[in-house]
Ligand binder design. Structure first.
Ligand code: HEM
Ligand code: HEM
Ligand SMILES: [Fe+2]
Length: 451
């Protein structure tokens, strides 16, 4: 841009990933603190310093922020590559946008410690910070659209992948809007909250994830584009069809009319379908190149679609039926689902993106994968264990608190152990994550003598 500052698009995208990884690392100690504060009784001064609600807000907001930054960096790259370009429209604006979002996020998170929060889990950022987020989002939308437009004008290239990606990012930005306001009516407030959270993770993020997955499959496995596009459209169409009205599964007990029980249940039980297709599609295409399937990135992609289906489709599908949800609503079973779904659907996919692009940016042809594989195994094993421990705690909670009618605190007494195990599994996860983050920062070529 402008000539005075020559900035490499790849370098800017690299910064996105670095910041995303730093925020991801910071997310984890807060998770361990959360789980352990169910198991132990921390002294009051610790609780005063970091109240549970603050730690929870930090844990989940860092999650949303690092994932959004990861998708934005990946999105810029895809827009550029699919448009046949070697730079995005404006690397300068992309950097500016990164700085704006980073400042908004970090200021917001520090603010949580001083009680500066708007409430509503995952979207606690106060209004002033929301304005910064919107500024960042608008710059992103303009910049990525201009990049795609330039690809079209210069090279006549605008692929199905770019189209679904663009749709996903536009929806994501628009859906943020209802969540920035405060509603006096509590039903309205929760409705607005779910419009953001549900339609994000089960709608627009799902579109972005399917576009990213399709891009990686197309580029890395060399499968015919026509086949990839066909699947992409079917998945995206089904996601929208089932996911939009599937929002009803959050309107069962929040003061909405009864018909949501039927609407929510009928549409959301279909939600696993596109996820199953995504799994099937990715598996077939990955197997197209067996040596790739057994590589680090192939493994990350494969386990992403598997755990996406299990965590979101099976776990979520189980809780979505009103007669199940009546008993399980808002228990540790929900937490169990939330972790496996986020990890499978978005975290693993983003890790694949980080590995592919960061090693490409460093000019690495034959990546040294050992550390990556080890960290993948530790993280995934720990995450599965953690999900099972939350599941145990949740089952106890449902039996004692919901069915037997014990008080919340009495039931907690029996859940402590499992939450303690979750904290321990969480420490394992953090160790695996540390190896991965280190590995991504210091990627290297596979040397001849190191296998
Ligand atoms: C070090 C590992 C981690 C531990 C020990 C941990 C633990 C926890 C705990 C105890 C909660 C609060 C549950 C409650 O309010 O009762 C929580 C919330 C949450 N965490 Fe984690 N977490 C970890 C890593 C992660 C990762 C890697 C992700 C995403 C991929 C994640 C996503 C979430 C989400 C979405 C929530 C909100 C869940 C809900 O509202 O149901 N966490 N975490
Ligand atoms: C990648 C996709 C998904 C992610 C990341 C995800 C994540 C989450 C999270 C974090 C929550 C807890 C929110 C809170 O109360 O704080 C939640 C709740 C819920 N999810 Fe999902 N989810 C996904 C897909 C699905 C699917 C496909 C279904 C159904 C088929 C589903 C059904 C539910 C239900 C019914 C609840 C409410 C549970 C309750 O009443 O406590 N989810 N989800
Ligand atoms: Fe939902």
């Amino acid at each position: 841009m402008g000539g005075q500052m020559i900035m490499d698009s790849k370098k800017v995208i690299y910064f996105y990933f670095i910041i995303a990884l730093v925020l991801f690392s910071l997310q984890l100690p807060f998770g361990i603190y959360l789980a352990s504060s169910y198991a132990l009784s921390y002294p009051q001064w610790v609780v005063d310093l970091i109240p549970f609600s603050t730690a929870r807000a930090v844990h989940t907001n860092l999650l949303v922020l690092w994932m959004l930054l990861g998708f934005m960096g990946g999105g810029y790259f895809i827009a550029m590559a699919e448009g046949g370009l070697n730079k995005i429209f404006s690397p300068f604006l992309a950097l500016l946008q990164l700085i704006i979002l980073f400042i908004a996020g970090v200021t917001g998170i520090i603010g949580f410690f001083f009680g500066w929060t708007q409430g509503r889990p995952l979207l606690e950022l106060p209004f002033q910070m929301d304005l910064l987020v919107i500024l960042g989002a608008v710059i992103f939308l303009l910049n990525i659209t201009a990049t795609m437009y330039r690809g079209w004008v210069q090279n006549r290239k605008f692929s199905a992948i770019s189209f679904i990606l663009l749709l996903g990012v536009i929806f994501t930005a628009l859906l943020y809007i209802p969540g920035i306001f405060f509603y006096k009516n509590i039903t309205m407030d929760w409705t607005a909250w779910w419009v953001v959270i549900h339609l994000w993770v089960e709608g627009s993020w799902e579109l972005i994830a399917s576009a990213v997955l399709a891009f990686l499959l197309a580029v890395l496995t060399g499968v015919d584009r026509k086949a990839i596009n066909k699947w992409l459209y079917i998945e995206a169409g089904l996601v929208l069809f089932t996911g939009i009205v599937g929002i009803g599964h959050h309107f069962y007990w929040t003061g909405h009319p009864d018909y949501w029980l039927w609407i929510g249940a009928s549409f959301s039980v279909l939600e696993p379908l596109p996820l199953l297709l995504m799994y099937w599609d990715a598996k077939r295409h990955l197997e197209h190149k067996p040596e790739f399937l057994s590589s680090l990135v192939g493994t990350l992609m494969f386990w992403s679609v598997v755990l996406h289906f299990i965590g979101a489709g099976v776990w979520g599908g189980f809780m979505t039926l009103p007669f199940v949800n009546y008993w399980t609503h808002g228990t540790q079973l929900t937490v169990s689902h939330g972790h496996l779904a986020f990890y499978g659907a978005f975290a693993l996919l983003l890790f694949a993106v980080f590995y592919v692009l960061m090693s490409q940016f460093k000019g690495i042809k034959n990546l040294f994968e050992k550390r990556g594989v080890i960290s993948f195994k530790i993280m995934t094993g720990s995450m599965i264990a953690m999900t099972l421990f939350f599941l145990m705690a949740g089952t106890i909670q449902v039996c004692l608190e919901r069915i037997a009618g014990w008080s919340y605190v009495e039931a907690q007494e029996w859940m402590r152990w499992w939450m303690g195990f979750a904290a321990i599994a969480g420490a394992g996860f953090a160790a695996g994550a540390a190896i991965m983050v280190y590995d991504l920062f210091f990627l290297k070529e596979k040397s001849l003598n190191s296998k």
